[in-house]
Design a protein around this ligand. Structure first.
Ligand SMILES: [Fe+2]
Length: 418
């Protein structure tokens, strides 16, 4: 009899704990997600051979290039060898990389990676370089990158919305973009780079899918809410070396800006305080002499999804965009495609010269319904796209914006003259 009471008591405690885990919002040690997190593995474990070779910027795109990669813990040192494309191999410069030991116990078959980062500096603007990364234990293939032009010159870049889910298929879209537009100098990603930001195997999937593109075109990410899942953007910040010119209140690499050619780019963190980023944003927008101004962030000021709205972003950032005339805001989060009319103070403006164009797009395979909104100039339903933004400087300043699907079919187009 006594044994039956003990069993009954244990069963009651178990049921209570399961409910606690499922509904109480405490760390859900009894949930399905927790159980899965304990057994996750990566399909791409590290080895002595460098992989996940990826270009970012942490300094001026005209004179620096940041190179990062990983190996297994057997490799203790890393280097980048690089030279101007037309120079002799004997003229290669060798740069020692900084090593960071990345531990992610949840990735059970490859819990420790050695991450290497080298910032190549003193580069010549507008020049193509060849480089490889590694050590005597193994080198990457040689790849090329090109520094930003010092003077105003035409250029183009790619912007995509959320990857997050379906990274294999996303990789096909990315490679389709690269194949059709090899001239695009860099790739901007408007957040939700992965689905669960602290699951390293998802980042492994991303880098694998991006192999052959992010090792030759700079990856410019923004921070999405999914990148912050399970305790903040730890892996995002540890894996990616980004500019540290953010406002003090937000923290380095979460918000940053850079210039490329005749354009200013603000990469903002819409997960953090919108208000606290305003003074810094105003400083950048007020002081720039750039012809074109772009902002990229995750949560849209003008949503594509029914019943979604980010009033704070629209009002607090939108008012600065109005005041200093931002040309385009590149956004994500809503898993749909929407390009607005030129907008100013929440209303349609007469032309892009008087208002800002806001775009939401998605590049992964997770789609939401797209709503009907007065502010929409173009919507696309359940379609993953990439966008090419082409800037010409002669005979006049011209921005051609085009959205393409995976087959290279143009789905949207806008031209702005200045
Ligand atoms: Fe999101």
């Amino acid at each position: 009899m006594k044994k039956q009471y003990i069993l009954l008591f244990r069963a009651a405690v178990t049921v209570f704990l399961v409910f606690l885990g499922a509904y109480a919002g405490v760390p859900d040690r009894f949930s399905k997600a927790y159980a899965e997190s304990q057994i996750r593995t990566t399909a791409f474990p590290s080895s002595v051979q460098p992989d996940q070779l990826c270009l970012t910027w942490s300094g001026d795109p005209a004179t620096t290039q940041t190179v990062q990669w990983r190996t297994s813990p057997k490799v203790k040192k890393g280097y980048v060898e690089y030279k101007e494309k037309t120079a002799q191999t004997k003229d290669c410069i060798k740069k020692t990389a900084i090593r960071y030991d990345l531990e992610n116990a949840g990735t059970s078959n490859d819990p420790i990676n050695h991450r290497f980062t080298a910032v190549l500096d003193g580069l010549t603007p507008g020049i193509t370089y060849t480089y490889r990364a590694g050590s005597k234990k193994g080198w990457s293939e040689w790849a090329e990158f090109t520094t930003a032009p010092q003077t105003t010159a035409p250029f183009s870049f790619i912007y995509v919305g959320d990857l997050q889910v379906g990274l294999d298929t996303w990789g096909l879209l990315l490679h389709a973009a690269y194949k059709l537009h090899p001239e695009a100098a860099f790739y901007m990603v408007a957040g939700d780079n992965v689905n669960r930001g602290n699951y390293r195997h998802e980042w492994d999937n991303l880098f694998h899918a991006a192999e052959g593109v992010f090792d030759r075109r700079t990856y410019v990410p923004a921070l999405g809410n999914h990148d912050c899942k399970d305790g903040g953007p730890n892996l995002y910040l540890n894996l990616l070396t980004l500019p540290e010119n953010s406002p003090k209140e937000i923290g380095p690499e979460r918000t940053y800006c850079f210039n490329y050619g005749n354009a200013l780019f603000l990469v903002l963190d819409s997960n953090s305080s919108v208000e606290k980023q305003r003074p810094w944003m105003e400083e950048q927008l007020k002081s720039t002499k750039a012809t074109w101004k772009f902002a990229m962030y995750h949560h849209p000021a003008y949503s594509s999804a029914p019943k979604r709205d980010n009033v704070d972003v629209r009002e607090k950032w939108g008012s600065l965009f109005d005041q200093y005339h931002l040309d385009m805001a590149l956004q994500g989060h809503d898993h749909g495609y929407l390009r607005t009319k030129p907008m100013r103070a929440g209303k349609e403006a007469a032309s892009p010269a008087e208002g800002t164009i806001y775009v939401v797009s998605v590049s992964g395979t997770k789609h939401y319904d797209v709503g009907q909104f007065d502010y929409a100039a173009k919507t696309l339903d359940h379609l993953s796209t990439y966008q090419l933004l082409d800037i010409q400087t002669s005979p006049e300043n011209k921005l051609t914006y085009r959205a393409y699907d995976i087959d290279g079919k143009m789905q949207d187009e806008l031209v702005i003259m200045k």
